[in-house]
Structure formats: C-alpha cells, structure tokens
Design a protein around this ligand. Structure first.
Ligand code: IPM
Ligand code: MG
Length: 366
C-alpha cells in the first residue's frame, strides 16, 4: 500500500523551497522504488487568501489522514494586521495541536563544510551535534486564559498562562531520554525553576522519569544560562529538553551556531509517529520569489520524514533514501555550491532552483 504525504508549502519562500524538496522526493522514489503518494494543500496566508482561514477543515482532515506532512513556512507582512486568532501562524499551531504533535525534534548539526560560516569560531563549533527536544503542544503557547483586557482604570493589560500538566512533562521527558539513549547518553533539561512554579514541577517530573533511564546522565540548567552556554561552549550539549517557548528561543540560537538557520530541519511527532516536518526557519518574505532561499532545510526535513514517519519494519527503502538525501546534501556542499546565506568568497553561488537541481543530480548519480 502506498504511503501518503501531505505537502503544505505555505507562504513566502515556502513554495520555492518546497518545489525543490518535491524534486528530490521524485528522484528518491525513482532510485529507491518508494511507493509514496503526495497530496497538496494550503496553509497560513495562502489559505487565508483562498479559504478565509489559515487552516481549513478539509486541509486538517487531509493532514489527519496522511502518514506525514511536509510543511514549508507561514506568515508575512500582508497578514500582519490580522487579529492573533486569524493569523497565518495559527494554521501551524492548530496543526500541531489537533494532531497532538507534542514532540519537536530540532537537531543542530554542523556540516563540516560550513564551519567557517558560523558566527562562532570554527573550533567552538567543529563537530557540533545537538538535539533540542521541544515540547510543542503545551506551555504558554496554548495556556488559557489568554488575551488583552481593560482594567478598571482604562489601562489595557495583556496576559498569557504558562501551564504544564505532569503527563505532558512526562511524555516529552520520555522522548528526550529515549533520544539521548540512542546518542551520547547525556540529557540537559532546561527550565526556570528558580522563578516559575510550572518549571519547578517540570524539573521534579524529569528527575522522577530519570529513574527509568539510569544509563542517561541528566543535568539541569536555567534557561538564561543555557542560552549563554549555547554560545559559549555549545559542544558541552548532547540532547536538551525544554518547554515550548524556551525551546522556540533556544532552537533559533542553536541553529545559528551551524552557520545558517537555512540548513536546519525539524520533526514534530505524536504518539503514533505520525509527523510534520518543517524547516526551523520562517517564511523570509524579504527574499520570497527571488530564487535566493536556501532549500536545504526543507530537503533535510524530507529526509527526516522518510526516516521517522515512513520507514517501518517492513521496508528499509525509506531509511536508505533518507541517508542518501543527507549524503547528497553533503556532497553538494563539498562541490562548493552555496546559497547566499552560506556563501563564501570563491564559492559556486547558487539560487534556490540550482541548489535543488544539484541535490537531485548528486542523489541520482552517486
Ligand atoms: C517555530 C516558529 C513558530 C513557533 C511560529 C511561526 C509560530 O517560530 O516553529 O519555531 O513559534 O513555534
Ligand atoms: Mg521559532
């Protein structure tokens, strides 16, 4: 039976980079004989323009019925004036929440070819391989009550609620411990338990869960220190686990260590391993439509999709395809191809399309 992927390119550079990932998928299907069907939908601003909402019920149904979703990026100045509840980002948040995609895996891996493009000294980042595990369906992003109210004196007050239930903490901790077990066996849990009760509970539950993972070394760090340590000595980390908002911030920070946020894929998984795969970067409206965007994060997100949601016991082809795509990306970097965000003097400056073509070429001819 064929596997189903729903493709949601979104806004800004989303459609351009998605087109490259789909070319790569076609090449992978050809080389590895994968049986995958792709359907297409609108999300974010594109969906607002077409359907009046950032995620229509039909698209949500399609998402529920697919094995995996390949997501581009959402948002842009055109929709910035809309009230929070109707903005493009809401489409993304709704997908995460409705499909219960609570486990967000954000690897920050430095391709050795890009050590010079990092804003840190090459020796600080050479060999960098961090996995950030971000809780994605709870915390202050989704806590109620939320809003802006008017006080008796007429002044307005904005408010959000930072909440985590024990079960939410426990399930993300498990994912992080399991991930650490498959890597360097070190887990750093990030919180702000010196100030916020909710993250005090976070720490307690993570410690409790660690009893089942004696082979993983657990440490704790306050989020402000974690941000500093990420730019001071990032290689001290193996796996980091944290809540929704801290994870959002720290993952952008970790991304930049690798040279460009344009390189980083991510996976958001639920209990059934159904997943949504998206680049960590946003829709970059300033360069949309100019053939300048780096498509590699989107292409690497496709590789993650094949590995995490499509590969299963019955077929090794998807995992092999994922490996081959990652190798093709590395080969393209070896050949000196660079988009503007990772360019250096004397490189082979490539546009979005050329970069996609180069990956396809490497995938089919090595
Ligand atoms: C991310 C993004 C999103 C987030 C936005 C677009 C809602 O920054 O995936 O990191 O805050 O989660
Ligand atoms: Mg973010």
């Amino acid at each position: 039976m064929s596997k189903q992927i729903l493709c949601l390119p979104g806004d800004g550079i989303g459609p351009e980079i998605m087109a490259q990932a789909l070319k790569v998928l076609d090449a992978a299907k050809q080389r590895f004989g994968l049986n995958i069907e792709v359907s297409h939908g609108l999300v974010g601003g594109a969906a607002i323009d077409h359907d009046g909402v950032p995620l229509s019920d039909e698209t949500l149904d399609m998402a529920r019925n697919s094995d995996a979703i390949l997501f581009g990026a959402v948002g842009g100045p055109k929709w910035d004036h809309l009230p929070m509840a109707g903005r493009p980002e809401k489409g993304l948040l709704q997908l995460r929440s409705e499909l219960d995609l609570f486990a967000n895996l954000r690897p920050a891996i430095l391709f050795p070819q890009l050590a010079e493009t990092s804003s840190l000294k090459p020796e600080l980042v050479a060999g960098l391989d961090i996995l950030i595990v971000r809780e994605l369906t709870g915390g202050i992003y989704f806590g109620e009550p939320r809003g802006v109210r008017t006080l008796e004196n007429g002044e307005r007050e904005g408010f959000n609620t930072y909440v985590y239930r024990e079960s939410e903490i426990r399930r993300i901790a498990k994912v992080a411990f399991e991930a650490a077990r498959k890597r360097g066996r070190r887990l750093c849990s990030v919180d702000k338990s010196n100030v916020l009760e909710v993250t005090g509970l976070w720490r307690e539950v993570v410690i409790d869960e660690s009893a089942s993972y004696n082979d993983v070394e657990l440490s704790h760090m306050y989020v402000d220190n974690a941000a500093m340590q990420l730019v001071r000595a990032p290689k001290q980390f193996d796996v980091m686990v944290t809540g929704n908002m801290f994870g959002d911030i720290l993952s952008d920070c970790a991304a930049m260590l690798t040279g460009s946020i344009g390189m980083l894929p991510s996976a958001s998984l639920n209990e059934k391993n159904q997943g949504m795969y998206e680049p960590v970067h946003g829709s970059a409206p300033d360069i949309a439509g100019e053939n300048k965007a780096n498509p590699l994060a989107q292409i690497l997100s496709l590789a993650m999709l094949l590995r995490y949601s499509l590969a299963d016991g019955s077929s090794l082809a998807e995992a092999a395809a994922a490996d081959a795509i990652e190798k093709a990306v590395s080969d393209v970097l070896d050949k000196g191809y660079r988009t503007g965000d990772i360019a250096f003097d004397g490189c082979q400056l490539a546009g979005t399309v050329e970069m996609g073509d180069a990956v396809v070429e490497c995938l089919l001819n090595t």
